[in-house]
Ligand binder design. Structure first.
Ligand code: IPD
Ligand code: CA
Length: 284
């Protein structure tokens, strides 16, 4: 198995445990909700518990790797406790050059989780030297799971995924999402007002990682969003790219906080140019 394949095996194992925890905790977790950047940006006890579970599991399986988690920021998994100690037979910690960094969203779609909408996921990607090489997204509510290894294709339940073959913007079903700050939403609404008459329709499901996985299998054609963090799109972006979507920012930029666009090759340029015209990467 390739190095990235081994990282994926670990990721799948760890994410399954985290997703089970998220689902099992829902009743108690939604009674313990705090807010972050705005009053609509929520975090529950389950976000924190799932993040701690994943970090601890990675510390045991991959001592020396780094982790970036949405709720607790950057970590080294070297740790000092029992979980951080190296055990016989474990791999040596990676050198700085080839060091692995895990990128984790313990619950993507926390508002859906709060309301009981079955569209929330644990998302975990492995990045080596700044490049995402493996990723898994698991819908904790349904058990659906998407995986990808760089250069090895994207899969759900053993089936290799391919994005849509759409070639006309007017026939393109586009998903998007909105940030939590009012000023950003006002700008996103203006972009949407420009785009909506040009496309088949718009969808907003509430979990960026799942949006990218849905695009990977053609449940809609394309996806874009401004304001995403690495944990929202690292794993799903690899799934989408491995299914054939072009995943980028605007005007030659890589996908990032200004914009993540995932579009099938047949419609990428048309959608890209429309988003440039509506200044989708601009605004607050
Ligand atoms: C959010 C979801 C949502 C997207 C937001 C994200 P969270 O992540 O992915 O779909 O529109 O931009 O912040 O807060 O549920 O982890
Ligand atoms: Ca989250």
């Amino acid at each position: 198995m390739s190095d990235a394949g081994e990282l994926l095996t670990i990721a799948v194992d760890v994410v399954r445990g985290a997703a089970d925890l998220v689902l099992a905790m829902r009743t108690e977790a939604i009674a313990d909700v705090s807010t972050k950047s705005t009053r609509t940006d929520v975090v529950t006890a389950a976000d924190r518990a799932a993040e701690a579970y994943v970090i601890d599991a990675l510390r045991t399986r991959r001592p020396g790797d780094a982790v970036l988690g949405e709720e607790s920021g950057e970590h080294s998994t070297a740790g000092t406790g029992t979980a951080g100690a190296r055990r016989e037979g474990m791999p040596e910690p990676a050198s700085e050059a080839g060091r692995v960094r895990w990128i984790l969203d313990p619950i993507d779609g926390t508002v859906n989780y709060l309301y009981g909408l079955p569209q929330y996921a644990v998302s975990l990607a492995a990045e080596r030297d700044g490049l995402v090489v493996a990723g898994v997204v698991r819908n904790a509510a349904t058990g659906e799971q998407w995986t990808a290894v760089r250069g090895g294709g994207a899969y759900r339940s053993g089936h290799r995924l391919a994005c849509s073959a759409v070639t006309e913007l007017s026939q393109t079903l586009v998903a998007t999402g909105f940030g939590y700050a009012a000023a950003r939403r006002a700008h996103q609404a203006r972009v949407l007002a420009g785009l909506l008459p040009l496309v088949r329709d718009i969808r907003r499901f509430g979990a960026a990682s799942l949006d990218l996985c849905f695009a990977a299998e053609g449940r809609f054609d394309a996806y874009f969003e401004k304001g995403l963090s690495a944990w929202d799109h690292a794993a799903g972006g690899l799934v989408a790219a491995e299914a054939g979507l072009v995943v980028s920012g605007l005007a030659g930029q890589p996908p990032g906080p200004d914009l993540v666009l995932a579009a099938p090759p047949g419609v990428y340029r048309q959608l890209h140019d429309a988003l440039v015209a509506f200044d989708a990467a601009g605004g607050p």
